[in-house]
Design a protein around this ligand. Sequence first.
Ligand SMILES: *Cc1c(COP(=O)(O)O)cnc(C)c1O
Length: 295
Amino acid sequence: MYFSTKDILQPFHTTWLPGNVQAAMLRLDTIHPLVQGNKWFKLKYNLEAAGNTRILTFGGAYSNHIVATAAACKLYGLSSIGVIRGEKPTIPGHTLQKAAELGMELHYVSRELYAQLKSGGEMTRLMQHLLHDAYVVPEGGHNAQGARGCEDILALADTSSFTHILCAAGTGTTLAGLVNAGTGQHIIGISALKGAFSLEGEVESLLKAPSSRWQILHDHHEGGYAKHTPALIGMMNDFFRETGIPTDWVYTGKMVLAFRRLAEQNFFPPGSRVLLIHTGGLQGNESFAPGVLCF
Ligand SMILES: *Cc1c(COP(=O)(O)O)cnc(C)c1O
């Protein structure tokens, strides 16, 4: 897939950012309307490894990974199957509708069966049939190929002069890739989930070498995965008005909220240069009623 990386690094300033701290956003959200953000990076080496085999992957009803996989497979002429956690909704949400439109075959499985499948447990005949001859990309692209793809993110622009890097974390695959590729920056993952304390171990499992240059903050989930608060929505609108940068409510909005709180607590020493990774996910905002967001 070809995309332009011109202007991908966008410096910004806001009223709440101390004058002695600089910030810039690496706009992975601009690379493609659907295969955007970190999802493309997590998929690229997986698709390469798949060859012509059809792709099977897993996700929930709000999964950006599901839409990105559907779109990338369409671009590559591969067929794709999405195993979706939970019973089929009467009216599928925007994310699943989009995936179906892009040609992904969707199969809904109960939460129990979904958990079993992910752990390689007992399978139904249907699942055996689906998995047959398919290249399996784990939920959220959490595997070594996924992390390897995320190493390429820091090479999109000259990122070596930054002192800190912030990114949203779901499975921690992106964070692991950034740590593997980092050149001395302190790397901070903002968990989008409540109490996901296994995340540190998930990241460690994908690191090429042990590192102490990273940490995960667990206090900025705003109620939990795919939950939001008025503070989050207000901040997303304010941030857009000040910088022109749109964020999503599941991941990148929480990262910017955390950045603001850290900046206000003087977490960053004077002279810090902070790079925020915009991991995309903007399609998820379409689930909001018009007018909630100003962009
Ligand atoms: C999936 C997703 C993430 C989480 O990435 P991980 O590699 O699973 O930690 C972060 N931001 C956005 C916008 C995403 O869609």
